[in-house]
Design a protein around this ligand. Structure first.
Ligand code: GAP
Length: 464
């Protein structure tokens, strides 16, 4: 909706994210480190709020989903069993002149040749061969490329390998968090008193050797995933798949994303494990792209881990005595990708009294700072003292910020840019009547509220 009113170009979002301490390029003082980013002081708050909202929706509000936090490092056998060592790859080509390695689907897309990452390697290579004359290296302009080949995305490490030649026995940083869920399926079943259908949810880091780093934090080499695997009786897949599709769509509406900026994309070429896969796509400044995947994975993962580990990963239905390997419905989304979608959605430029203001209209539950507290003047100790007392009280319940710097207008602008829903000013009449001015970020309307009523006021306002 806001997209039509404002030009939400990615550069503006990147600039705001840097200027206001949301996102910094990793290792910036060393010229950065490709496709890795750090969250700054407001970024970490926003990311934490996204994770807390997801966790609340997926675990606290459900009595059939439990949580897990499995390690990033796992036995290398996990990645053999899951199929990632053999099958987790993207098509890559190399420029014969400058030797840049490039992602084939991205190269085709940039040249205006239709291709997307969901196509099979053969399809993309076929299109590449036919359209070679249209494609130029983005780094040197040459048009001479090696044939496409598959490049494995798993990130290797030398953890626990003391032989020196770790390429022979690599351990991996996990490429997706859900494998930690599969290998703990039995542990959870034996300890958490769960019955099918039930889910296991996890938030954690994942790592991929992405070939092309583009589009800010949309695709990074280190990122966090929020994944949930829902274990169902074979045959019930479809029913629960549809339920989860609906739930996940609603999740984004509840984050304040307009339905018109979301759409479903059905995968025609399924990845090696999937039986059915849909993505929820968001209308990023660079077009509709995948935000979340909802996948029907069948019993592929549990069967594979059962075969490779020699452990039975089946379920005995206590009422029917039926034994089966459960099927899985997965929901999977990146924290960084949700962060970017939420920023793009919230970013607004408005004209106010002949001046433009940038405001992040974030849902209050996501806003890094909920309430900013200002004494009208910095050099009036009685105002500062009273403002401090209000701040010290409110901070017990909400993330607040105290600011006594500059004129009130400037302080409002700063809070607007970081998305703070309410600013509260203590002025001279507050000293007399214990009222304060509360200013609403979106309407910019101001109202006087009694200090004793602030807690109830914000309790009602900050729920959303
Ligand atoms: N377990 C299934 C799985 O990992 P995926 O489609 O490869 O499926 C799921 O990833 C989600 O994780 C994506 O929809 C996206 O939100 C996020 N994601 C994947 N790769 C990413 C990357 N390189 N950078 C940021 N987020 C990523």
């Amino acid at each position: 909706m806001k997209k039509k009113e404002n030009d939400n170009s990615l550069e503006k979002i990147v600039s705001l994210a840097k200027r206001r301490g949301f996102v910094f390029p990793s290792s910036e003082i060393y010229d950065g480190f490709t496709a890795v980013y750090d969250f700054g002081p407001y970024g970490v708050e926003l990311a934490n709020n996204i994770k807390a909202t997801w966790w609340r929706t997926m675990t606290q509000l459900r009595d059939d989903v439990v949580g897990l936090d499995s390690a990033i490092f796992m036995s290398p056998k996990v990645w053999e069993a899951s199929g990632h060592v053999k099958g987790f790859s993207d098509p890559l080509t190399e420029c014969r002149k400058c030797h840049s390695r490039l992602r084939l689907d991205a190269l085709l897309e940039e040249a205006g040749v239709f291709a997307d990452e969901k196509m099979s390697e053969e399809e993309i290579n076929g299109i590449f061969e036919k359209s070679k004359e249209k494609i130029k290296c983005p780094n040197c302009g040459a048009a001479d490329f090696t044939p496409g080949r598959n490049f494995n995305l798993l990130v290797q490490s030398n953890l626990g390998n003391f032989t020196g030649d770790w390429s022979k026995e690599p351990t991996y940083l996990r490429g997706e968090t859900c494998q930690g869920i599969y290998v703990n399926f039995k542990n959870v079943m034996d300890t958490a008193r769960v019955r099918i259908p039930f889910g296991i949810a996890q938030i954690g880091k994942a790592f991929r050797n992405e070939i092309t780093a583009r589009q800010f934090i949309f695709r990074t080499r280190e990122f966090e995933q929020m994944e949930m695997q829902y274990f169902v009786k074979p045959g019930d897949d479809k029913k629960y798949y549809e339920e989860w599709k609906e739930n996940r769509w609603q999740f984004y509406l509840d984050l304040g994303i307009a339905a018109e900026n979301l759409k479903w994309h059905k995968h025609e070429n399924l990845v090696f494990y999937a039986k059915e896969a849909y993505d929820i796509e968001y209308n990023f400044p660079f077009g509709f792209k995948e935000l979340e995947g909802v996948h029907a994975r069948g019993d592929y993962d549990l069967q594979q881990h059962s075969k490779h580990s020699g452990q039975a990963l089946d379920y005995l239905d206590p009422t029917t005595n039926e034994k089966f390997v459960p099927h899985v419905v997965e929901t999977s989304v990146g924290v960084g990708r949700t962060f970017l979608a939420v920023l793009c959605e919230a970013y607004c430029e408005e004209e106010v009294a002949g001046e433009s203001r940038i405001v992040l209209k974030l849902a209050p539950k996501l806003a890094p700072i909920k309430i900013a507290v200002f004494p009208l003047l910095k050099n009036k100790p009685e105002l500062v003292k009273k403002a401090r007392a209000v701040f010290d009280h409110l901070k017990l319940d909400w993330r607040c910020e105290f600011d006594d710097n500059g004129n009130i207008g400037k302080r409002y602008r700063r809070q607007d840019e970081i998305g703070t829903p309410y600013c509260l000013t203590i002025d001279f009449s507050s000293l007399e009547d214990d009222d304060v001015t509360v200013r609403d970020r979106d309407t910019m309307k101001q109202e006087r509220i009694k200090i004793s009523e602030l807690e109830n006021f914000f309790l009602a306002k900050l729920k959303k």
